[in-house]
Design a protein around this ligand. Sequence first.
Ligand code: 5GP
Ligand code: MG
Ligand code: MG
Length: 179
Amino acid sequence: MQNDIQEVLISEEELQNKIKELGEILSKEYADRNPLVICVLKGAFIFMADLVKSITVPVEMDFMAVSSYGASTKSSGVVKIIKDLDASVENRDVLIVEDIIDSGLTLTHLIDLLQRRGAKSTTVVTLFDKPSGRKVDLEADYTGFVLPDAFVVGYGLDYAEKYRNLPFIGILKPEIYTS
Ligand code: 5GP
Ligand code: MG
Ligand code: MG
């Protein structure tokens, strides 16, 4: 698996340090608010796990699976709910935990849905942002790292369902896509 990686963009240690920082900020923001922290599966599951361990105030958690890419590396713009939330978001302070924002289409759709369901507030924390890919006007409230316009894998992010278990963020060798 490591042999398929052309370059490590962000090391495991850099990721962990940044996530601790984000956890400290969110602990202050959500002291006494008991937010519903929503993990957008599958990509955000490792970030979610590490982030909530760095949050020192009470939170509730739920999980939602959406799909926008299929096996491709570009967003189709069509977002499908594959697994819905168990909890109601009505009148809740919601913290959406995303792995990466590229076009912004997935998140725009999600925020709209949660607001229509009556969320009191919707806040977005994303580990990665690729602003150059944006097709809609959308910014996360909290961002870990800004990335160049490249398709990255690892730390929850996949290519054709592989590489999610790499502890760092990297770029695949070009021949992986073409083989
Ligand atoms: P968007 O709708 O903002 O274009 O993309 C949203 C989702 O597409 C992300 O949450 C992520 O699951 C996937 N995605 C976007 N960019 C990348 C990338 O560089 N690598 C991987 N593995 N997935 C990505
Ligand atoms: Mg995602
Ligand atoms: Mg994917």
